[in-house]
Ligand binder design. Structure first.
Ligand code: 13P
Length: 284
């Protein structure tokens, strides 16, 4: 129990033919809510933060808090840097004890993405850490600040990319995008199946918010072993905080803290239920 390598957690998910939830956090309340849900569901999770979030949630505060929360948890938790862009930030995260990092070279030409990913793999190996990369282009961006469109991952390229980089997990683009979808997306399961058949590493689905429970489970049946959820947790936190502040009576930080924790806890628990594939589908 406690802090584990993401590779171990994904291996376990693979053996159980399910996906592990990777939940983005931005403050103390989000960390508490996610860990509480994981412990209650007795299910390992990944706690993650993306490089673009660091101006709001500096790594020097978030890093030690996330790692310490994982160390003290009653379930296995991996701590991950999401959408890393620079080796310097990857190194900082690894120095804080993160057990995995993502190098996101998805906007780069193929060969440059390979080169950048190889640098990340070489750095992470010094720490025994797991590396995720992205091939193809997931729509939008983690904080909604940019959108270069969606470019589906080419299965043949994915095979070459994995062989050349030795990466541990691959984020795929199959019609998924970050942020709230206007309508639930139609994921290209034929492409996912082809990628799964040509590669033999765990696949990652970004842009989890708004994907239907049925599609989550279908994706898990086709090699998706990690599913990223960010927007749904931020939204759930905000809704609970709003409701608390609009409720009757006096308000204080401590009540607000509990409301924020509760918002994230409820969202994370709801997704863990779906990802575990053990219960019939229900989305409430
Ligand atoms: P959402 O914000 O759409 O849940 O995406 C999260 C994500 O993919 C983080 O990398």
């Amino acid at each position: 129990m406690g802090l584990v390598k993401m590779k171990e957690l994904l291996k376990q998910a693979s053996e159980q033919n399910r996906a592990a939830g990777a939940f983005s956090v931005g403050n103390l309340e989000m960390v508490k809510g996610a860990v509480k849900a994981a412990e209650e569901m007795n299910t390992p999770i990944i706690l993650q933060i993306a490089e673009v979030r660091l101006p709001h949630s500096p790594l020097c505060f978030m890093g030690p808090m996330m790692v310490e929360a994982a160390r003290n948890a009653k379930v296995d938790i991996a701590v991950h840097l999401d959408h890393g862009k620079t080796l310097a930030v990857l190194k900082q995260a690894l120095d804080y004890g993160f057990t995995s990092v993502m190098m996101d070279g998805s906007t780069l030409p193929f060969e440059e993405n390979i080169k950048k990913t190889l640098e990340a793999v070489s750095l992470a190996r010094e720490y025994g850490a797991t590396v995720e990369a992205e091939l193809g282009l997931v729509g939008g961006s983690e904080d909604g600040s940019t959108d270069e469109g969606i470019r589906c991952t080419n299965p043949g390229d994915a095979k070459v990319f994995c062989e050349k980089t030795g990466v541990d997990a691959l984020a795929v683009a199959i019609g998924n995008a970050h942020g709230n979808y206007p309508v639930a997306p139609r994921l290209a399961f034929d492409v996912l199946k082809a990628i799964d058949e040509t590669t033999d590493i765990p696949l990652v689905l970004h842009g989890g918010t708004g994907i239907t429970p049925e599609d989550f489970r279908k994706a898990a049946g086709l090699g998706i072993r990690k599913i990223n959820i960010a927007t749904a947790s931020f939204d759930s936190l905000t809704k609970k905080a709003e409701a608390y502040l609009k409720s009757e009576g006096k308000h204080d930080y401590f009540g607000l803290n509990e409301a924020m924790v509760q918002g994230v806890y409820e969202n994370v628990k709801r997704h863990i239920r779906i990802f575990n594939c053990a219960e019939p589908l229900s989305f409430s």
